[in-house]
Design a protein around this ligand. Structure first.
Ligand SMILES: C[S@@+](CC[C@H](N)C(=O)[O-])C[C@H]1O[C@@H](n2cnc3c(N)ncnc32)[C@H](O)[C@@H]1O
Length: 1007
C-alpha cells in the first residue's frame, strides 16, 4: 500500500494532555479484557509458555497506549467515539467482529431482523412438503424458519462486505454492549486492515487540524508520536514478565524497550517479539526446526528402545510413587493419596502383601466395581499420615515421624532425610523415601498416530523394569559429563519460601533431583538440540510437563477427556507429591503452532534490574510485582537450571540466575526502597512530557497508600486512574471475586519544591474530586442519551475521584514538615493512617456524596449512614441489572461498610445481589449488626412485620417508641420507603413499603 503523505509539525502536541487523562472506555475495556482471559489457550502469547501466569490482557495494553498518545479535542464525546472506533468497540467494529465470529445462525438472524430482500443474502431449503418454493420467495424477514419448515443458509457467493449489511442490522437488535461483543471475535483475531477499513477517514477528519493522515494503527501511532515526542513513540516496560506490554505496544507500531531481572521472563518477552512477532518466513522456519528436533530426539529414544515393547506398542505415561518403611512393622509401604489409576477404564492399583520380602507387590486390577474404585481412593496417605492395612490391622504413622522431624537448638525444625548430592539422580537404597514405578499407560501400535489413540494400563513387567535399570545405567555413566556440558542442571536449589520444601520434604538439594532418571535422559537428548533461541520456550514448555511434581489427573466423569499427566505449574507453587506421572517423549508435543502477527519496529530485550535502565523512553507501562504476587524469582529457577549453561544467542548476554536478592517483592521496607529506585530511574529516563502507566491489582487502601507514596517520591504526579475488571477468580472463600486492575496514569511532577498543608489541601481535594466526577457524569448523560448506555459505571467515577484527589496531593513535594521521599520510605506503623489514606478517604466520601441514586434527594442521601447508602445504592443498580460482585466490593469500600456480606443474598461473581427484604433473618438485624442499628434496618424489620400481617398502626407505634428522633427523621423514613417501593424487586415488599410510607406520611401531629 502506498504510504500516506504526512504534513505534521513535530512536537505540536508536546504539551497537550493525553486523552486517557479524561476519557477512557473503562467498562468496555473491562469486558474485552475478561473476554481475552476467558480464551485460555487461545490467547496470543499463551503458546509461548502457559507456565507463566498473569500476563496482562493485550486489549488493555492497546487501550492504554492509544489513550496515552491520542490528544483530546474540545469535543469529548467525539473523542470517545473515535477512541472506541480505534479499539473496534463501536457498532461497526462489533458488526465486523460478529461476522467473523459467525456465532449467529441464519435462522436466528431471520428471526431478529427486518429485511425486504432476504433471498439476496440467504438460501432456503424446504424441510416440509407443505411449504412451496413459491411461498418462500415471498417471505420477508423477520420469520420463524422452524415454523415455516425451512432451513436457511447464507448465499455462497457473498463477500464479507456484502454480509456486513445484514450484520449491521443484526447488531442493532441487541441492546447492551456485552451482548454485541460476546457474539464476536476479539479485535486482534480479525484481519486488521479489513477491521479498521472504515475508521481512517474518520480519524483523518477528526485530526485534520493536526495534519494527521493515516491508513493503519501503526501509521497513526507513528504520527501521534511525532506530534508529541518528535519521533515514533518509544514504550518501555522494565518489569516485562511474559511480555504482553512490549508485545502489544510493538504490534501497534511503537518502538519498545523491555527488561526484566529474570532471564525466563526475558526469554518469554523475547519470544513474544521474535516468535509470535516473527516474519511469516521466520515462523515457518521455527516450526520446521521444532519438527526436526522432535524427530531427531524421537529417533534417539526409539533406538534406545526404552519407550517401546516388543510388539511396537509405545508408552504414554509412567506412574511412580514414593515408598517408605513403616516403623511399626518394618514393611516397605508404597505411598499415594489414591490408588485409582483410571476411573473410566476402571483400573486401580492394589497393594498385595509379600510376606517374604516384607513389602507390597503392586498389582493392577481391571474392570473393577464402583465400590472398588471408592476403596482405592482412600490411598495410603491421608492427612499427613501414612495409613495402610496389613493382616486386618490398620497402621498409621505421621509423615513427620517417617522423616524423623526434630526441633533444632535454634528452634527450627530439622529431619533425618539424607540430603541428595549433586551426583545423585535416584534415592540410595537406605534412604527414607524410595521411588517406585507402579503402572504404565501404553498406546497400541496401530493407533500411535491415529486421531484417537487406544490406550491401556499395565503393571511394569520384568522387561520394563530392566529398561528402568538401563536408563539408570546411562545416567550413571553420563550424568557428570552432561552436567558439565549443560545438558542437565547442576544448579543447587537456593532456599526460599517456595523452594525450601523441596529439601525439607524430599532431601533434594539440586534442581535435577526433581526429575526421574527417564526425564533426565529424555531432556538431556532434547537440550542438546536447543541451539536456536526460538526453541527455548518450548524446551520450558516440555519441562513444565516433566518432573516428579507433575500430577496424574484422573477423570471420573464422562466429559472432559481422559486421564492425563498435568503440568508442574498448574499452580504457582513447587509442591512435592507422593505419586506422580511422567510423560513419555512421544506424549510431549514439542511442535507448537504459534500465532503470527509480524512486528516491524525496533524492539530490545534486556535482562537487568529495572533501576538500571539506561535508555530514554517516552511512555513507560509497567505491572510491577508486589504483595502476594507469584514468587517468579524462585519458581522460575526450575527452568533457569536447564538453560543457564551455553544458552543460545542472544540469551547468552543475560544473567542466567534469578538474582533473587534484587527482585522487588513483598510489601515491606525493601519493597518500597526497590520500587522507589525503579520508578525514579524510569522518571529520570523520560522526557518532561513523558507518561507512565502503572497497573496493579485493586486492593485495600493500605496498598494504595504505599504505592502512591512510591510514585510520588519517584517524582511523579498522578493524572488519572481507571478501574478495569480483568478477571473473575473462583476463590471460594469469598464466594468468588472479581479481580480488578487499577490503571494509574502518572506524569513527571513539575520541577521545584511545593509545600502543601493538610488543612488547605482537603478543601482543594474536595473541589477537584467534585469537578472530576461532575464532568464525567455530564459526558455519561450525553453518551447515554445518544447511545442508550453510559460510558462509566459508578466504580469508574469513584476511581476517577481518587485520582483527582491524588493529583492534587502529588503535585506537592512536602506536606507540612515531611518531604515525600521520607514519607514513602519511612517504615509504617501498624494501622497507621497516612496522609494518602486520608486523602483517598476524603475522595471516597466526596464521591459517595455525589453519587446519589436516582429518586433520592441529596438531602436524604446526606443523612444516611454508610451501610444504608450501600444498600440503597446497590438496590438502585440492581434495577439496571447489575450483578457484578466487584461493584459491591468497591462500593462497600467507598461507603466504609465493614462487612457487606451480611446484606448480600448471593455472592457469585456475576450473579451478586443484595438480600431481599424478606430474606433478612432476625440475626441479620440485631443491635450487633451494621445494618440492624440503622433506620433502614428498622424499616426492614417493619416491612417484614407488615408482610406477616401486623397492623400498620402497631408498626408505626413501635417505630415511634424505638426512635427518639422519630419526628425529625420521619420524612427520611418516608423517602427511604418511597425508594424501596420503586426499586425493590419483590412486589410484596414494594406494596408493604407503599402502605407503610403512606401511613407515616399521613401521620397527623399528636397521632
Ligand atoms: C507482575 S510481573 C509482570 C507481568 C507482565 N506484565 C506480563 O504481562 O506478563 C512482574 C515482573 O517483575 C520482575 N521483577 C521483579 N523484580 C524486578 C527488578 N528488580 N527489576 C526488574 N524486574 C523485576 C519479575 O521477574 C516479573 O517478571
Amino acid at each position: 500500500m502506498q504510504k500516506a503523505t504526512i504534513t505534521l509539525t513535530p512536537l505540536a502536541l508536546k504539551d497537550a494532555p493525553a486523552l486517557i487523562e479524561t476519557v477512557f472506555p473503562a467498562q468496555k475495556v473491562s469486558f474485552e479484557a475478561q473476554k481475552e482471559r476467558k480464551a485460555g489457550p487461545g490467547q496470543t502469547l499463551t503458546a509461548l509458555g502457559s507456565f507463566w501466569k498473569g500476563r496482562k490482557p493485550l486489549i488493555l495494553v492497546r487501550a492504554v497506549v492509544l489513550g496515552s498518545l491520542l490528544p483530546p479535542t474540545n469535543d469529548a464525546e467525539a473523542d470517545l467515539a473515535l477512541f472506541e472506533k480505534l479499539m473496534a468497540f463501536d457498532d461497526e467494529g462489533l458488526a465486523r467482529r460478529a461476522l467473523i465470529g459467525n456465532a449467529v445462525s441464519p435462522a436466528e438472524i431471520a428471526a431478529r431482523i427486518q429485511l425486504e430482500n432476504p433471498w439476496d443474502y440467504f438460501k432456503a431449503t424446504l424441510r416440509r412438503g407443505d411449504v412451496t418454493g413459491g411461498d418462500v420467495r415471498w417471505m420477508r424477514f423477520p420469520l420463524d424458519a422452524d415454523a415455516e419448515g425451512i432451513s436457511l443458509r447464507w448465499q455462497r457467493s457473498l463477500s464479507d462486505d456484502e454480509k456486513l449489511v445484514i450484520y449491521r442490522k443484526l447488531m442493532a437488535t441487541y441492546s447492551s454492549y456485552e451482548e454485541k461483543a460476546s457474539l464476536g471475535k476479539r479485535p486482534e483475531e480479525l484481519d486488521q486492515e479489513w477491521l479498521y477499513a472504515p475508521v481512517w477517514a474518520v480519524v483523518n477528519r477528526h485530526y485534520a487540524h493536526l495534519g494527521v493522515n493515516v491508513r493503519s494503527i501503526s501509521e497513526l501511532v507513528e504520527q501521534l508520536g511525532i506530534l508529541r515526542y518528535g519521533h515514533r513513540p518509544r514504550v518501555g516496560d522494565t518489569f516485562s514478565g511474559g511480555g504482553s506490554i512490549p508485545f502489544e505496544a510493538a504490534r501497534i507500531g511503537c518502538d519498545v524497550y523491555a527488561s526484566d531481572l529474570n532471564p525466563i521472563a526475558c526469554m518469554l518477552t523475547w519470544g513474544a517479539l521474535n516468535i509470535i512477532g516473527a516474519s511469516p518466513k521466520r515462523q515457518t522456519e521455527i516450526e520446521k526446526l521444532q519438527r526436526e528436533v522432535a524427530k531427531a530426539v524421537d529417533k534417539e529414544i526409539t533406538d534406545l528402545g526404552f519407550e517401546h515393547d516388543e510388539q511396537g506398542n509405545r508408552i504414554k505415561a509412567y506412574l511412580y510413587c514414593i515408598e517408605a518403611k513403616c516403623p511399626e512393622t518394618g514393611w516397605l509401604v508404597p505411598l499415594a493419596p489414591s490408588w485409582v489409576v483410571s476411573p473410566r477404564q476402571r483400573v486401580v492399583a492394589k497393594l498385595v502383601p509379600n510376606f517374604a520380602l516384607k513389602r507390597f507387590d503392586i498389582k493392577l486390577e481391571f474392570g473393577v466395581s464402583a465400590s472398588a474404585i471408592e476403596e482405592a481412593q482412600k490411598g495410603t496417605v491421608s492427612d499427613g499420615d501414612m495409613l495402610y492395612e496389613l493382616e486386618g490391622k490398620t497402621y498409621r504413622t505421621s509423615i513427620k515421624t517417617l522423616r524423623g522431624d526434630y526441633r533444632k537448638e535454634d528452634g527450627s525444625t530439622g529431619n533425618r532425610l539424607r540430603l541428595w548430592e549433586k551426583s545423585d539422580f535416584k534415592p540410595r537404597p537406605d534412604d527414607i523415601f524410595q521411588e517406585r514405578l507402579y503402572a504404565i499407560q501404553w498406546i497400541t501400535k496401530d493407533t500411535l498416530y491415529a486421531g484417537r489413540q487406544e490406550t491401556y494400563f499395565a503393571a511394569p513387567t520384568q522387561a520394563d523394569l530392566e529398561h528402568e535399570r538401563a536408563v539408570e545405567k546411562v545416567l550413571s555413566e553420563n550424568l557428570s559429563r552432561w552436567q558439565n556440558e549443560g545438558l542437565v542442571p547442576d544448579m543447587a536449589i537456593e532456599q526460599g519460601d517456595e523452594t525450601t520444601r523441596l529439601l525439607r520434604e524430599r532431601g533434594w538439594t539440586h534442581w535435577h533431583h526433581l526429575f526421574s532418571p527417564r526425564d533426565l535422559l529424555k531432556l538431556a537428548l532434547l537440550r542438546k538440540h536447543i541451539s536456536d533461541p526460538a526453541l527455548a520456550p518450548e524446551l520450558c514448555g516440555t519441562l513444565d510437563f516433566c518432573s516428579k511434581l507433575s500430577r496424574w489427573i484422573v477423570r471420573f466423569s464422562s466429559g472432559g477427556g481422559s486421564d492425563f499427566t498435568s503440568n508442574v505449574f498448574s499452580n504457582q507453587a513447587l509442591n512435592t507429591l507422593y505419586n506422580w506421572a511422567n510423560r513419555s517423549f512421544f506424549d510431549h508435543s514439542f511442535v507448537q503452532s504459534y500465532k503470527n502477527t509480524p512486528i516491524h519496529v525496533n524492539a530490545s530485550v534486556v535482562c537487568s534490574p529495572s533501576r538500571e535502565i539506561t535508555e530514554e523512553q517516552d511512555i513507560f507501562i509497567t505491572d510491577p510485582p508486589y504483595a502476594d504476587a507469584v514468587a517468579y524469582e524462585e519458581i522460575t529457577e526450575f527452568f533457569i537450571a536447564w538453560l543457564r549453561k551455553n544458552p543460545p544467542k542472544p540469551f547468552d548476554d543475560w544473567v542466567w540466575d534469578s538474582r533473587r536478592a534484587l527482585a522487588v517483592k513483598g510489601s515491606g521496607d525493601d519493597f518500597r526502597h526497590g520500587m522507589v529506585a525503579a520508578y525514579k530511574a524510569m522518571a529520570e529516563h523520560m522526557p518532561d512530557n513523558g507518561m507512565q502507566c502503572v497497573m496493579f491489582t485493586h486492593q485495600d487502601t493500605a496498598v494504595w497508600g504505599d504505592l502512591i507514596g512510591i510514585f510520588w517520591a519517584a517524582g511523579l504526579q498522578v493524572v488519572a486512574a481507571w478501574y478495569i475488571a480483568t478477571e473473575t477468580t473462583s476463590k471460594l472463600k469469598d464466594g468468588g471475586y472479581v479481580q480488578g486492575t487499577v490503571i494509574l496514569m502518572l506524569k513527571k511532577r513539575a520541577a521545584g519544591e511545593r509545600t502543601g498543608f493538610k488543612q488547605r489541601l482537603l478543601p482543594a481535594v474536595r473541589q477537584e474530586v467534585a469537578r472530576q466526577i461532575e464532568t464525567m457524569m455530564h459526558l455519561n448523560d450525553a453518551v447515554e442519551a445518544h447511545h442508550g448506555e453510559p460510558v462509566w459505571g459508578d466504580s469508574d467515577l469513584q476511581m476517577a475521584g481518587y485520582a483527582a484527589a491524588l493529583k492534587v496531593l502529588t503535585a506537592y513535594t512536602r506536606i507540612g514538615d515531611e518531604d515525600v521521599t521520607s514519607f514513602a520510605l519511612r517504615p509504617r506503623a501498624r494501622g497507621e493512617v497516612t496522609v494518602v489514606d486520608e486523602i483517598v478517604q476524603q475522595a471516597a466520601e466526596t464521591a459517595s456524596s455525589l453519587l446519589v441514586p436516582e429518586d433520592l434527594t441529596a438531602d436524604a442521601w446526606g443523612r444516611l449512614t454508610g451501610i444504608e447508602r450501600f444498600v440503597l445504592r446497590m438496590m438502585d443498580m440492581e434495577t439496571a441489572g447489575a450483578g457484578k460482585l466487584d461493584n459491591y466490593q468497591n462500593f462497600a469500600k467507598a461507603f466504609r461498610v465493614t462487612d457487606y456480606t451480611r446484606v448480600m443474598g448471593d455472592m457469585r461473581p456475576n450473579n451478586a445481589r443484595l438480600k431481599r427484604v424478606s430474606e433478612y433473618a432476625s440475626r441479620d438485624l440485631t443491635d450487633a449488626t451494621e445494618i440492624g442499628v440503622t433506620r433502614l434496618g428498622q424499616l426492614i424489620i417493619a416491612l417484614q412485620q407488615l408482610l406477616k400481617d401486623t397492623e400498620a398502626q402497631v408498626i408505626v407505634e413501635q417505630l415511634r417508641s424505638e426512635m427518639a428522633d422519630f419526628l425529625e427523621v420521619r420524612s427520611l423514613l418516608v423517602d427511604m420507603l418511597a425508594f424501596i417501593e420503586r426499586k425493590s424487586p419483590e412486589p410484596q415488599a414494594r406494596t408493604a413499603a407503599e402502605v407503610l410510607g403512606a401511613r407515616l406520611k399521613n401521620l397527623r401531629f399528636g397521632e
